[in-house]
Design a protein around this ligand. Structure first.
Ligand SMILES: [Fe+2]
Ligand SMILES: [Fe+2]
Length: 281
């Protein structure tokens, strides 16, 4: 029986949380999903994650959370990063950065799966180490008995994501890009047997600029005057990809995009967003 792994792109704010809550349980049942991996770097007010929201999306059906450059925007998550095996920090941050560079979790069917993420270096604000070498280090540390490995490539440049994908081809079962919040149409199996997509797209409001209110971003870009980039609310969708993997070999069998519409909402925030002075920036 192939292992079915559902990967979800950056969950953005309350609209993103809502669509995951509304649609994920049905998708898991419909596709007999064994493991759900989600990037949640934007889940709290559009930037960062809190312990409360980590636990909430675990109850929605997310098994492992990956993160990106917004990892530490809400400091509240640090103890969870240190204590939980269900959340990973980018593997190429400083060695003393809070969180684990990879995790190994067991599915209900008893298959062990390694999960890690790396940050790109091109056009990224958070300084990080070489993602290629960091991925090599992770793969050396994953026990040889673990055949299935999932990697979130959190990067801005399409070229860098594709290059990392080819570099790790045959060594990871599933690789997916995140961070750019716009889905790409290139879900495929690479020659070495790894499932790959350049970007999953976000789980969030698409009538926006990458999840933020389009009027605010356009005004900023046309005037250079600072604007609050509030989370948008229109056209909420869940975006991700579903991969089938041979649990014996770790080789991918298929990779298809998944997209599901959410219910309309006009509320961008609630108390869980933990907004405070400067918290969104
Ligand atoms: Fe993001
Ligand atoms: Fe990001």
């Amino acid at each position: 029986m192939p292992l079915r792994i559902l990967c979800l792109g950056d969950i953005v704010g309350r609209p993103g949380r809502q669509v995951v809550h509304q649609r994920l349980p049905g998708l898991v049942r419909q596709h007999n999903v064994d493991l759900v991996v989600a990037n949640a770097e934007n889940i709290a007010g559009g930037s960062g994650i809190t312990a409360n929201l980590f636990h909430k999306i675990r109850t929605y059906g997310v098994d492992v959370v990956t993160l990106g450059d917004h990892i530490y925007k809400k400091f509240d998550i640090v103890p969870t990063l240190q204590n939980s095996e269900r959340i990973v920090r980018p593997a190429n941050l400083a060695s003393s950065a809070a969180g684990r560079p990879f995790t190994v979790v067991s599915t209900n069917s008893g298959v062990n799966v390694a999960v890690f993420c790396v940050l790109g270096r091109i056009f990224m604000n958070l300084p990080s180490d070489d993602p290629f070498a960091a991925a090599d280090r992770v793969l050396q540390q994953v026990p040889g008995s673990v055949r299935v490995c999932v990697c979130d490539i959190h990067a801005e440049a399409t070229s860098e994501k594709t290059a990392i994908g080819h570099y790790l081809d045959g060594r990871c079962s599933v690789m997916f890009g995140t961070h750019t919040h716009v889905p790409t149409a290139d879900a495929r199996i690479l020659p070495g047997g790894s499932a790959f997509i350049t970007d999953l797209g976000m789980c969030g409001p698409y009538d926006s600029v990458l999840g933020r209110r389009k009027d605010r971003v356009v005004k900023f870009m046309t005037t250079n005057m600072p604007q609050p980039f509030d989370v948008a609310t229109g056209d909420v969708r869940l975006c991700g990809a579903l991969a089938e993997v041979d649990p014996e070999t770790g080789r991918a069998i298929s990779m298809v995009r998944i997209e599901a519409q959410g219910e309309a909402t006009d509320q961008a925030y609630d108390a869980d967003d933990a907004r405070g002075p400067g918290a969104d920036k």
